[in-house]
Design a binder for this molecule. Structure first.
Ligand SMILES: Cc1cc2nc3c(=O)[nH]c(=O)nc-3n(C[C@H](O)[C@H](O)[C@H](O)COP(=O)(O)O)c2cc1C
Length: 317
């Protein structure tokens, strides 16, 4: 079974992905945070940099968020010209500003509109199209109907996050609905949601071998060695965490101004800190650090702690 790195806007950019793959190989595919083609058929400079194959270095799948098939197809053709052979459709982003435009999880509001979109996209897209979605808009009862619709298309992989849009990231993900519907799915299915630690991930994979793979987001940002631990049992060490943290920091120093480095490192640091014993207070210090000096001080303190058993993401400390 494959393990994929979930796309996390603001975290898993090209710099991060390369350093992660250099230090902790084993992720089968990195899904890239979405690009959002504008009505004028444009991508931002940042998006163009991200999709430039020269900046890739790792197996990465670009993701498009769009409500109009012609915009999706325009961006997919750009990606095909750049040499990509797969593109992922974001049909799961729960953000209100996104769904108000009928994008992301907003696509789940009308099966009729979704069908028209998919007819066009699967009729004309020159490369494989996988889909990342949720159980439904308000209720998991919507999921079987969604699968019935998706079964009509050559969906290369279906990645399902085990929550509805109404749940955003609240409460617990529900793999049960995805597992119960597996038999009716014609396409390979990948499960995503709340597989936060190596043990959680391994337990899920061992009990559900019929999945094509799992996709892990927050758990892998927190514990960069999660895939290795799942596959070989070799646990994360404090020394490799220190080296990895230093490399990510240095990587961002090379491409961002210091103020942006602080923002990035606070976000990544507060995830990494969750892997340490009794790190609650330090996570708060990292989150509030108003300068790189304050961040550095919190990091020094953090590395005096031991790695927790089964390190990974925690909802709260
Ligand atoms: C900060 C943040 C940014 C995200 N950005 C994206 C994105 O660009 N595209 C996408 O499909 N999902 C995005 N997601 C959702 C994640 O890919 C993933 O589905 C979610 O974190 C649940 O997986 P996990 O429980 O393993 O973290 C984002 C989630 C977070 C928390």
């Amino acid at each position: 079974m494959q393990i994929y790195f979930a796309p996390l806007q603001g975290i898993t950019d090209g710099v991060f992905r390369k350093i992660h793959a250099d230090h902790f190989p084993g992720v089968a595919k990195y899904f890239m945070p979405f690009i959002s083609p504008t009505q004028n058929y444009n991508l931002t400079n940042k998006e163009l940099r991200e999709i430039d194959p020269g900046n890739l270095h790792v197996p990465a799948v670009p993701q498009i968020i769009a409500s109009h098939p012609e915009l999706f197809l325009w961006a997919a053709n750009q990606l095909a010209d750049l040499g990509y052979d797969e593109v992922n459709l974001n049909a799961g982003c729960p953000s209100g500003t996104v769904t108000a435009k009928g994008k992301g999880a907003g696509m789940l509001l009308s099966m009729t509109k979704l069908e028209l979109f998919l007819d066009e996209v699967y009729g004309k897209c020159p490369i494989r199209v996988s889909i990342k979605t949720r159980l439904g808009w308000t209720s998991k009862d919507e999921y079987p109907r969604l699968v019935e619709l998706l079964n009509q298309y050559p969906v290369s992989e279906l990645i399902v996050h085990g929550r509805t849009r109404a749940q955003f990231y609240e409460g617990e993900a529900d793999p049960g609905t995805v597992i119960d519907s597996l038999a009716m799915c014609r396409m390979p299915v990948v499960y995503n949601g709340d597989l936060f630690t190596p043990q959680m991930c391994k337990a899920f994979m061992d009990s559900n071998p019929q999945f094509h793979g799992v996709m892990v987001g927050r758990g892998l940002v927190a514990n960069p060695a999660l895939v290795r631990t799942v596959l070989s049992g070799e646990a994360l060490t404090r020394a490799e965490m220190q080296q990895y943290h230093a490399a990510v920091y240095e990587g961002y120093m090379q491409v961002f101004p210091k103020s942006a480095v602080l923002g990035r490192m606070r976000e990544i640091g507060k995830h990494l800190a969750l892997c340490f014993e009794d790190a609650g207070k330090i996570v708060k210090k990292m989150r509030k650090a108003s300068s790189l000096a304050a961040y550095d001080a919190a990091v020094c303190e953090l590395f005096e702690h031991d790695i927790a058993s089964d390190p990974g993401f925690r909802v709260s400390l």
